[in-house]
Design a protein around this ligand. Structure first.
Ligand code: FCB
Length: 474
């Protein structure tokens, strides 16, 4: 099966990969540890995101988000699907939380839909707010610690209508949203993540047009980046003010980037791509500014700067959420503007890949943990997402997803190795509790530890779910 998928964005040029599923010759890297090897304070959980699981897109006064609009557009989603029902988690959450408790450790990550909580006129939608209050209470009554993401890509459409992330007014709207959420749930929710993968939603949504809101070009991308980076810090400050004893983080996508050949040009290309995919958001958050020396095109962002912005981009995060799915290999390519690099797809490199063509590379997870951990301002690293899509089949009520088990074993071994080597890594959330709506890819890629039949909404715990449950007991 061929699927094209974004791997990394360049400023003005694109890097894609069109890869083919291969057999998965994974071998365990190290010994087969259990969760106890990670120590008693390590956080274990599964993760979800509102738009990908909730469905009920018009229930209880929810207003449209950019993803409701985008999925309604012809040809925006590969399988022509939308998320009006998704996993129906909005209604089925009590049972799904039972599953999370059964297989997924002591923590559960979910995101809040801004469009359920704040009406277009700025007033609070009490029904939506009550929903998340109940969801939180339900977690707590099951002994599950809620880990809440403020923003996992579902921007209110009315804000997009005035420019969305491109318009600086987003900073005020977002900060207020953060205050509202902190006030609403802060007595019970202590673990917060401000943004989910700002590079993904700014590049896919505002540079490449592949995700909502489908905008393209540097003139959209650069202001979106700057405003998202500001929201990340201002949103975190709002949480600090409204939530006592909060543990505040934000989540970054990341990938180790290697040169295709050991030539000076390919090495330099890999350094530029690394600045874009791994440094663009974490460095301003740590008070280091944008990586303009490596990527001079970023100086064009200065025109969106206001007085004191440089300082305002920084926040002393309690943890950094690390999300790693694949490794990148790049070569010099003078034809690609600004970054002069292109990706060498995994299919051309005879490496194992997942169903979406991401290279499976557990060592890369270890490298990224060490890379983030090495920044002096990083106090704690939590792997807030990691997982794999493989073509699961249900046979006699069972999903024997051996490839996913092998994936989890090797990635967890790599995390343990990094921890034993001294990295401050203290948590792991498997993506995902449930199969769900995988954005522009639709429902085909399945990342869940629990299989979802989208016709009947039946759930089946996959073998990997049982494996994870047993791993957590060891
Ligand atoms: C991450 C997203 C998450 C999910 C996984 C597979 O980039 O944060 O919502 O789509 O990829």
């Amino acid at each position: 099966m061929n699927r094209r998928r974004w791997i990394a964005a360049t400023a003005g040029g694109l890097i894609y990969s069109g890869l083919r599923l291969k057999s998965n010759p994974l071998n365990s890297l190290l010994e087969k540890p259990g969760a106890s090897s990670f120590g008693p304070d390590f956080t274990w959980g599964t993760a979800t995101a509102a738009f990908q699981v909730e469905g009920a897109t018009t229930a209880d006064g929810k207003i449209p988000s950019i993803w409701d609009t985008f999925t309604a557009r012809k040809k925006s989603i590969k399988d022509g699907s939308n998320a009006t029902e998704a996993c129906d988690f909005y209604r089925r959450y009590p049972k799904d939380l039972e599953l999370a408790r059964q297989i997924g450790g002591g923590a559960f990550r979910f995101s809040l839909a801004w469009t359920r909580i704040i009406n277009a006129d700025g007033s609070i939608n009490q029904k939506g707010a009550d929903h998340y209050s109940r969801l939180t209470d339900n977690c707590l009554s099951l002994g599950i610690e809620p880990w809440v993401t403020l923003y996992h890509w579902d921007l209110p459409q009315h804000l997009q209508d005035v420019g969305g992330w491109k318009n600086r007014s987003i900073v005020g709207h977002f900060t207020r949203y953060a205050e509202v959420c902190g006030t609403l749930l802060g007595d019970r929710v202590k673990n917060w993540m401000v943004l989910n993968e700002p590079l993904s939603f700014t590049s896919l949504g505002y540079l490449l047009g592949m995700h909502a809101p489908g905008k393209k070009g540097l003139a959209s991308f650069l202001p979106a980046v700057h405003h998202a980076a500001l929201c990340q810090a201002d949103g975190a400050r709002a949480l600090r003010q409204t939530v006592q004893h909060a543990n505040i983080g934000t989540c970054f996508s990341c990938s180790p980037v290697d040169p295709f050949r050991e030539t000076e040009k390919d090495r330099a290309a890999a350094i530029r791509v690394d600045a874009l995919v791994n440094r663009l958001f974490i460095e301003p958050a740590l008070g280091m500014g944008y990586p303009v020396e490596t990527l001079p095109v970023l100086t064009r962002m200065e025109k969106y700067f206001k007085k004191d912005d440089a300082k305002r981009l920084a926040f002393d995060f309690d943890f950094i959420g690390l999300q790693n799915y694949f490794r990148l290999v790049c070569r010099h390519n003078a034809l690609v503007p600004h970054i002069a690099a292109s990706e060498v797809p995994a299919t051309e490199r005879s490496v194992p890949v997942n169903e979406m063509g991401f290279e499976i590379n557990p060592e890369g997870m270890g490298r990224m943990i060490h890379k983030f951990d090495a920044y002096p301002g990083v106090r704690n690293v939590i792997v807030t997402e990691n997982g794999v899509c493989v073509p699961d089949t249900v046979e006699n009520g069972r999903v024997k997803d051996v490839a996913r088990i092998a994936y989890l074993e090797t990635y967890l071994a790599a995390i343990l190795k990094a921890k034993k080597n001294g990295a401050k890594v203290n948590g792991y959330f498997a993506w995902s509790l449930l199969d769900n709506f995988e954005w522009a890819e639709g429902y085909r890629p399945r990342f869940g530890l629990v299989h979802v039949n989208y016709q009947t909404q039946e759930r089946i715990i996959k073998d990997s779910g049982y494996w994870f449950r047993d791993f957590l007991k060891r």
